[in-house]
Design a protein around this ligand. Structure first.
Ligand SMILES: [Zn+2]
Length: 147
């Protein structure tokens, strides 16, 4: 088993709130409700519940300013996106990670700059590539252990 990384452990709804917090740097439940009104039908009570869960999870900090609470992110967006992709890849056999990356790239609209960076990254990855990736699964959770 590989070492267990710190997982994000947040729901899709909480992720929506975090995106607002990362964008605004500081926000209030009123502002979050207004911004997300464009894509959700969450009532202010829902947003308040999600905000307080994120505070409990250590994703957001909060301070009181008069009669309102200000929320601010305690984790970086970049780090969270990294954790999110690690979490996703941890769900499949390490032998299949290449195929997952292939399908992500295949389904993505990319800029020329993105492609240049990916090409450079792949060229670099070739230096540490292996003939065959080892399976990291619990026997019974993938085909690798069946003969
Ligand atoms: Zn496997």
């Amino acid at each position: 088993m590989s070492e267990k990384k710190k997982s994000l452990n947040i729901t899709d709804a909480e992720w929506e709130i975090m995106r607002v917090a990362w964008t605004t740097k500081e926000t209030t439940s009123k502002e979050v409700t207004e911004i997300l009104n464009a894509k959700t039908e969450w009532k202010s009570t829902t947003v308040k519940t999600l905000l307080s869960r994120l505070v409990d999870k250590g994703m957001l900090g909060t301070t009181r300013n008069g009669n309102k609470f200000i929320y601010f992110p305690l984790v970086e967006e970049r780090k969270s996106i990294e954790a999110l992709s690690e979490e996703m890849l941890a769900k499949v056999c390490s032998k299949k990670v290449g195929k997952v990356l292939e399908s992500i790239i295949n389904e993505s609209l990319l800029s020329f700059d993105d492609i240049d960076e990916l090409e450079a990254l792949l060229k670099e990855k070739r230096k540490s590539a292996v003939k065959e990736v080892a399976c990291n699964c619990t026997p019974g959770q993938c085909q690798c252990h069946l003969v």
